[in-house]
Design a protein around this ligand. Structure first.
Ligand SMILES: [Zn+2]
Length: 360
């Protein structure tokens, strides 16, 4: 049963991944994030393994836990793949690179963000240039940063958000909230002021394990947007970008784009897609996020806002703190067999599409 490949904690997820990699005969390289530690003092690791010929012309990179707490999903798919018969039938001249727990801090602490409150999927910008602007951030900040989690406070913040949405459009609201901001280190969707540990790690992996490929696909697993258990294949290509046509040809007509406007996600700044194309240059490549729905987007947002409040002001060990952590875990990881089975069925489908596309 595929649900068995999913875990209850980062530690268990890592153990399952390492065991599956070992059973598949893979060497694992570990990278330790010495800038931080886990909630119980754990040393935090990301792990790397390559299945198939490491010098293959065709390469697929599978990333889990870019948004820490979303790592239950990606890790489950990585482990399920390594345990499956597909792992024994990788086509010639193809390899799959597994990057497990790119943001181990967020995974272990049950947070989207990293050790510096950075949203890693907004951190891949060019920090030598002007930082991207988010013109609505200051207006929307009070709807995201609340003084407490009392019902009245949260209701008032949410009402202000709806008022903004009615005035400016709900697309503008979603973009203003989520596209990324580079001015407020205590805020949500904060992109940082320099490359984070995980940023440097992904760039290292792209350079060392992907760059000499001829054709490459990056699949970054996420959760929290869209219908329950459905995996949307989200790209960030403009309509006329040849890579958008390539993404559809390789991965299917159901590939969406945040730039075209048919995605559940707003257009974002500084995502892993940017790292992929920056590091791999002119390679024939496609980068997507595979985004699985969980609960309603309002509930996901409420859980994210509450978690930000908790880590700024609250006590993680209090009943309220424990409830907030339970809520954010549930928002990004419905710990239900039905959800896990749906996730793996779709994850398997998309990985096989990628393998078949590169083989043909
Ligand atoms: Zn995500």
């Amino acid at each position: 049963m595929a649900a068995d490949a999913f875990s209850k904690t980062w530690i268990e997820a890592r153990e399952k991944f390492l065991a599956a990699a070992s059973a598949a005969g893979l060497d694992v390289e570990t990278r330790t994030n010495e800038e931080t530690s886990g909630p119980n003092g754990e040393i935090l690791h990301a792990d790397l393994a390559t299945l198939g010929d490491p010098d293959a012309r065709n390469r697929i990179l599978l990333i889990s836990a870019t948004h820490g707490v979303e790592g239950f999903c990606g890790s489950g798919c990585q482990t399920a793949f390594l345990r499956s018969t597909h792992a024994r039938h990788v086509p010639a001249d193809t390899c799959l690179v597994f990057l497990h727990a790119l943001n181990p801090h967020g995974f272990a602490w049950l947070r989207r963000v990293n050790e510096n409150n950075i949203d890693l999927n907004r951190n891949f910008i060019d920090f030598s240039a002007d930082l991207p602007l988010n013109e609505h951030y200051e207006t929307l900040r009070p709807t995201m940063i609340v003084k407490d989690l009392e019902e009245d406070t949260v209701r008032t913040a949410s009402r202000a958000m709806v008022t903004f949405g009615k005035a400016h459009g709900f697309g503008t609201l979603q973009e203003g909230l989520t596209k990324g901001q580079y001015v407020d280190a205590e805020g949500l969707y904060y992109g940082g002021t320099g490359p984070s540990w995980s940023n440097r790690l992904l760039r290292e992996v792209l350079t060392n394990r992907m760059k000499s490929a001829e054709r490459a696909i990056q699949i970054d697993f996420h959760t929290g947007l869209g219908p329950y258990g459905y995996g949307e294949i989200i790209s960030e290509y403009d309509k006329d970008d040849p890579a958008f046509a390539r993404a559809k040809a390789w991965l299917g007509e159901d590939v969406t784009s945040t730039r075209v406007g048919d995605s559940s996600s707003a257009a974002l700044t500084g995502t892993t897609d940017h790292a992929f194309h920056q590091e791999l240059g002119d390679i024939e490549g496609v980068s997507i996020a595979l985004e699985f729905g969980t609960i309603s987007s309002d509930d996901v947002f409420d859980a994210t806002r509450a978690d930000n409040w908790l880590h700024l002001n609250g006590n993680l060990a209090s009943p309220q703190g424990r409830q907030v952590k339970a809520d954010i875990r549930a928002a990004f990881y419905p710990d239900e067999d039905q959800w896990k089975e749906k996730v793996w069925a779709r994850g398997e489908e998309v990985i096989l599409r990628a393998m078949n596309a590169l083989e043909s």
